[in-house]
Design a protein around this ligand. Structure first.
Ligand SMILES: *Cc1c(COP(=O)(O)O)cnc(C)c1O
Length: 476
């Protein structure tokens, strides 16, 4: 009874609010909205008006909001409609200047491509190419042809196949070799890579059964031997790219796992995650693709856009017979790499043929390998530009620690330099938020109440833009 009464009362007030709400036509006659009708289809603008009115109605009915008469007027609703139409018609993806100190930042789109790869992408996007066409023969060819030979040269593999990303390469390798059978994985390697890529889930989707072997920290060859059944099809080794198990640990050498698998008619799949191809000191402890193949892995998979510094791609290299089974599998078509990524990968892989050129021209490698002195100089140049803006801006070069990112080299700390920025009367979080909302956006890191812009992940060409962005952020 009491509840009923309350609801009826609310209905009365809500009813009054709803009756006060502007009508669609009224809002359409507001000058700001009427102007939109000159530039955009009427339907788009009318939909935006309806969406704004619907939202207010829901707030009144479901959340008990009681706006005053002014808030319900067409004049007050018009700016919401304008904002909605502009948001709907403006592309969503925005340019970001990465001042986070995380070199390959997954949420910021991972690796930045070298200029020559960008040019190849633009060319492939804006015109036709011989993507799947043999210009010599005048008939059909494979998109794989453009990267196949260079991948074999760089890794020493017999055969290679590229797909959409490394998760796809792992899925394809498991499905092609082990569907209906069992795959043995050491317990310490049942990893989650982030964004819900979990080895047990991928295994289930591939149609193979997971057999966990050993313990979290120690697994021996005899554990694999004991777990072996007649349904065993593969041993999967997963590089624990985003964490390390340290201390009392043991893992059989890859060569012994390969020997075991081959002796029993099975294959060894090695998911390296990042797959370092460059000869960087930083990669010294990372398993290399070449070493993995030399140890006997039948398929080695790795990402194109992690430490390789190329486009999104999954690269599978290995024994001819195994790679051929991946190529023939129906999933290969569903997981295929797109043409823009082929264009970029084609260029990036060729840069690796000259290791010095790779270090200089692949932005990911250049950022990882830059000597601290060089990063300090860049930070000093940025601090100078920011200080020159004058006003209440303070900028000071401070030591920083950068990271490789993309779940690779999780414990490696890259000595770096950042500019700590302060603006009198503006908190560090508010300053960071304003910079994020700018165009281009600048993303830094707030630490000890100061915004830090790490110079290791900024290019020399970015500094002027960062200064301009800061000026706009301070102005409002
Ligand atoms: C990153 C990673 C993957 C997934 O690669 P994507 O290219 O992001 O699909 C798979 N396995 C390992 C070990 C990884 O580190």
């Amino acid at each position: 009874m009491k509840d009923d009464g309350k609801r009826r009362g609310a209905d009365g007030e809500a009813g009054a609010s709803l009756r006060g709400l502007a009508a669609v036509d009224e809002v359409l006659r507001e000058p700001g909205v009427a102007m939109l009708l000159d530039s955009y289809p009427r339907e788009l603008v009318v939909d935006a008006v309806r969406a704004v009115l619907d939202r207010l109605r829901r707030e009144i009915l479901e959340q008990g909001r009681r706006p005053d008469a002014d808030e319900l007027s067409a004049a007050r609703l018009a700016p919401w409609v304008e904002a909605l139409v502009r948001r709907a018609t403006t592309p969503s993806l925005r340019r970001v200047l990465n001042a986070t100190g995380v070199v390959v930042h997954t949420n910021l789109g991972r690796a930045v491509l070298p200029g020559e790869a960008v040019a190849a992408v633009v060319a492939a996007a804006s015109g036709c190419t011989d993507l799947e066409y043999s210009l010599a023969r005048g008939d059909r060819a494979s998109r794989q042809d453009h990267v196949h030979d260079v991948l074999c040269t760089l890794t020493g593999a017999e055969d290679a196949l590229v797909v959409n990303n490394n998760a796809a390469a792992v899925l394809l390798a498991l499905a092609a070799t082990s569907r209906g059978g069992e795959v043995l994985v050491a317990r310490g390697q049942l990893v989650e890579i982030g964004d819900s890529f979990r080895i047990p889930d991928i295994l289930r989707e591939s149609g193979a059964d997971l057999v966990e072997v050993g313990t979290t920290n120690r697994t021996y060859l005899r554990d694999f031997e004991k777990a072996w059944t007649e349904r065993s099809r593969a041993v999967l080794r997963v590089h624990t790219s985003n964490y390390r198990i340290v201390g009392f640990t043991s893992e059989p050498p890859l060569a012994e796992l390969a020997e075991l698998a081959h002796g029993r008619g099975a294959v060894l799949i090695d998911d390296l995650g990042s797959g370092a191809l460059a000869d960087l000191e930083l990669f010294a402890d990372e398993p290399s693709v070449r070493e993995s193949l030399a140890a006997g892995a039948d398929v080695v998979t790795f990402s194109g856009d992690k430490m390789l510094g190329g486009p999104q791609a999954g690269i599978a290299v290995g024994r001819a017979a195994t790679i051929a089974s991946l190529r023939r599998h129906p999933l290969a078509r569903a997981l295929r790499i797109d043409k823009l990524d082929v264009a970029a990968l084609d260029v990036v892989l060729r840069l690796y043929l000259d290791p010095r050129a790779a270090l200089e021209r692949i932005p990911t490698l250049a950022a990882l390998a830059a000597p601290l002195d060089e990063v300090r100089l860049r930070a000093a140049a940025l601090a100078e530009l920011l200080t020159a803006l004058g006003g209440t801006i303070g900028a000071e070069v401070v030591p920083s620690v950068a990271r490789a990112g993309a779940g690779a080299l999780p414990v490696a700390e890259l000595p770096s330099a950042a500019v700590a920025v302060t603006v009198a009367g503006l908190g560090a979080d508010e300053l960071a938020a304003r910079l994020r909302r700018g165009e281009p956006a600048v993303v830094g890191r707030v630490q000890d109440e100061r915004l830090r812009l790490d110079a290791r992940t900024l290019g020399d060409d970015d500094l002027g833009e960062v200064a301009a962005a800061l000026r706009r952020a301070v102005e409002g």
